[in-house]
Design a protein around this ligand. Structure first.
Ligand code: PMP
Length: 379
């Protein structure tokens, strides 16, 4: 038996995705959506239908959806594509201090063109306050980029309040949000998020395979291409579309979002059960990261280094992360932002659920953590 608690890192492709994928690949639907002949027209129909499905989820128009290889590519295209018009004109971009590297490193890369990158940290209670972002807006602010949920701590950032208030002060500011960790796992009301101009999403965090993701780009936003090629996807992401994955991603996401209330309930029950268990162990501490979602939990385990614990758990077929998967064991810049003590920083574990996890798995997890303490610390 394997227990997979690293669903922020990636997820197992769903039955819906894999069954539709094999059907699709074995069918005659191998045409290129840009071809003018009947096969091309048939492929384009499938592409347009997938966009229609996603538009119903994102409450946007079908032609506002662009497909990418994942969130890293989406974030780069959104930020660089928008900022490129403003090079060397002393503009600024406001962001949070806990963004994913695909946002923060992309923003830092703009410094050489004269951009100031203004980072807003959480307050002492671990929460982010909209007014801290809003008070930084000035006449040179062109963009605000803020994630919806942090991938290491599960902290919720107030993207609606930030975008609504920013647009009142300065309607021309473009708001971008990386919603990788909230889409399909929280109750996102897209019709209330009309002031967000660009969204980033990724398939593999939500039971699609790696290599597919996208952007919602509102009609009012003009991005310059950062990759050059044909005319596909308004020339923003040129290249032949990954039709099989696009088709299956849309069906998979539709199924997840149609069941969102049931799914949120699963996450909430898993969270409550996990928290109740923590109380039984005085050497395990729940991290304090302000308001958080139910599917991401960050804990620290007294006196055991995270990497040792990750390996110990792995040897018992339990898979968790010591921080973000992409940081591969480096000390977390995000946890430092939340002012964790050094010992907590060294011993932190991220548990991230999918709807397929169970309470029995949580029981086993705690038994193995208890075993780790006895074996590693000789208790
Ligand atoms: N943004 C966030 C918040 C993430 O958690 C991740 C993945 N860790 C990414 C972006 C990058 O996603 P992808 O692997 O699809 O490029």
């Amino acid at each position: 038996m394997e227990i997979y608690f690293d669903n922020c890192g990636t997820t197992k492709p769903s039955e819906i995705f894999t069954s539709h994928l094999s059907k699709f690949l074995l069918s005659d639907n191998y045409g290129n959506p840009s071809s003018l002949h009947r096969k091309g027209i048939q492929a384009d129909k499938i592409l347009q239908n997938s966009k229609k499905i996603l538009a119903s989820i994102f409450k946007c128009e079908a032609d506002e959806i662009i497909f990418t290889s994942g969130a890293t590519q989406s974030n780069n295209i959104a930020i660089l594509g928008f900022a490129s018009k403003f090079k060397n004109s002393n503009k600024n971009i406001i962001t949070s201090s806990v963004e994913h590297p695909s946002v923060i490193s992309t923003l830092y890369s703009l410094r050489k063109y004269g951009f100031e990158i203004i980072e807003i940290s959480p307050r002492n209670d671990g929460d982010f306050y909209p007014e801290d972002f809003i008070e930084k807006i000035n006449k040179d602010t062109i963009m605000i980029s803020v994630m919806s949920v942090n991938n290491e701590t599960g902290s919720i950032l107030p993207i609606k309040e930030i975008s609504d208030n920013a647009k009142i002060i300065s309607p021309n500011i473009i708001i971008h949000s990386d919603i990788v960790q909230s889409l399909g796992k929280t109750d996102m009301k897209f019709y209330e998020l009309k002031n967000i101009d660009i969204f980033t999403f990724s398939g593999h965090k939500l039971h699609s395979p790696k290599g597919i993701g996208g952007l919602i780009i509102r009609k009012n936003v003009k991005l310059s291409p950062i990759i050059f090629g044909g005319n596909q996807q308004n020339s923003i992401v040129p290249g032949t579309e990954n039709l099989a994955y696009i088709h299956c991603l849309s069906l998979n996401l539709l199924n997840i979002c149609d069941n969102i209330e049931k799914n949120i309930n699963i996450y909430k029950n898993l969270y409550d059960y996990f928290i109740k268990n923590i109380d039984k162990y005085d050497f395990i501490k729940l991290g304090s990261f302000g308001k958080t979602v139910s599917h991401i939990i960050n804990i620290s385990v007294d006196k055991i280094h995270s990497e040792i614990l990750v390996n110990f758990l792995s040897s018992h077929n339990i898979f968790v992360s010591s921080g973000a998967s992409c940081s591969k064991g480096k000390k977390s810049r995000i946890l430092k932002e939340f002012k964790l003590r050094k010992d907590e920083l060294n011993s932190s574990l991220r548990i991230s659920f999918s709807i397929y996890n169970t309470k029995e798995e949580i029981d086993i997890f705690f038994n193995i953590i208890d075993l780790a303490k006895r074996q590693i610390l000789n208790f």
